[in-house]
Design a protein around this ligand. Structure first.
Ligand code: TXA
Ligand code: MG
Length: 329
């Protein structure tokens, strides 16, 4: 049976930080801003809190969570770092990079959060509010994106409230996030693998490594599939409205998600137009992506047509999310 919680919404500040830390310590669920997207936090060592978190999101428990910590020293108590992993952590933490590493023997993260894998995903977020909450709480915080499973990730507290009000204890409102797409995930195996393109462009990681990141095997799907990044199911980021990619023209009744100064044919047929970045700035486009998808999804359009977006830099993550949005469910 589902119970409805009274979800408290607080603006950022010392009171919010202290409340968040004590709610986490009591096994509660707290949504808070990070620089990438809003996360839904639970005490990483508390299996029953984590079970509630999976339930609140409607997320399958075979899809493991990212442990968020305050610094590299805390991360090293959770996972085993080799030289390459250390170089990446030192270069990019705090920031939008998640590393998948072998669990340390005394890893305090509950097995439920890592779906029984012998690896654990870790990230040190750069957002001041996230860092303050983690430090005040004093331990690792597992935090998936704070949306219902399968929905577009939240970039504002309003998005979180729309998906999770009544299902979680607390939402900290820190305004819109900066990056707008989730962290880049690198599997630190013998050969480092790009498990998910994200807020840290691939080229920056490859520059520090001195070589290319390996591509993950194609998305594994089907009921018993055990994908290597289990959350990367093809239709993960889907709005309800169908999505048409690489649109060079508009069909009657479509909503248009534009990019850059270029025009598309028959733009006058669009029921609504939002431009991710008039100047063609990929960072601005990433920050707008999920919010704009949510807005267009409420406009009763037949389809959301999306103009082509270059695949370099943050474009790789933007196009990855758009392809998943286009698969539908
Ligand atoms: O930017 C982000 O990473 C946000 C903020 C809140 O930090 N979090 C986020 O979490 O995007 P989530 O749960 O939506 O995505 C985490 C991804 C999932 O695809 C999951 O399968 C993968 O990380 N993952 C977690 N642990 C893993 C592991 N041990 N091995 C491989 N993939 C893992
Ligand atoms: Mg997510």
């Amino acid at each position: 049976m589902e119970t409805t919680l009274n979800t408290l919404l607080l603006p950022v500040g010392p009171h919010a930080t202290a409340t968040a830390a004590s709610v986490l310590a009591e096994g509660g669920l707290v949504a808070f801003p990070t620089e990438t997207v809003y996360g839904l936090g639970a005490d990483a060592g508390n299996a029953s809190a984590i079970a509630r978190l999976y339930q609140a999101k409607g997320r399958p428990a075979f899809n493991p969570l990212i442990a968020h910590v305050a610094d590299l020293a805390s991360a090293r108590r959770i996972a085993l770092f080799d030289g390459q992993a250390l170089r990446l952590a030192e270069a990019f933490w705090p920031g939008p990079l998640t590393l998948v590493l072998p669990r340390a023997l005394s890893c305090p993260v509950a097995e439920l959060a890592t779906a029984g894998l012998d690896t654990v995903a870790i990230r040190v977020p750069a957002h001041k509010v996230a860092r303050d909450i983690i430090r005040t709480f004093g331990g690792a915080v597992v935090a998936p994106s704070a949306n219902l499973s399968g929905h577009v990730s939240p970039t504002t507290a309003e998005h979180v409230n729309g998906d999770l009000a009544g299902r979680i204890d607390l939402i900290i409102d820190g305004g819109p996030v900066e990056v707008g797409v989730e962290s880049t995930i690198v599997g630190c195996f013998a050969e480092p693998v790009l498990l998910r393109p994200g807020g840290l462009p691939r080229a920056e990681i490859e520059r520090v490594l001195g070589h290319s990141l390996v591509q993950p095997p194609a998305d594994a799907e089907g009921d018993n599939a055990q994908p290597i990044a289990p959350g990367m199911l093809a239709s993960h980021y889907a709005p309800r409205t169908p999505v048409r990619l690489n649109a060079t023209d508009v069909h009657a009744g479509e909503a248009l998600l534009a990019f850059g100064p270029a025009r598309v044919a028959r733009v006058e047929l669009a029921s609504v137009v939002l431009n991710l970045s008039e100047h063609g700035d990929l960072a601005e486009a990433a920050a707008n992506l999920f919010g704009y998808l949510r807005i267009l999804d409420t406009r009763n359009a037949d389809t959301i047509a999306v103009m082509p977006i270059p695949d370099d830099g943050l474009g790789e993550a933007i196009n990855d999310r758009l392809r998943r949005a286009a698969v539908g469910r």
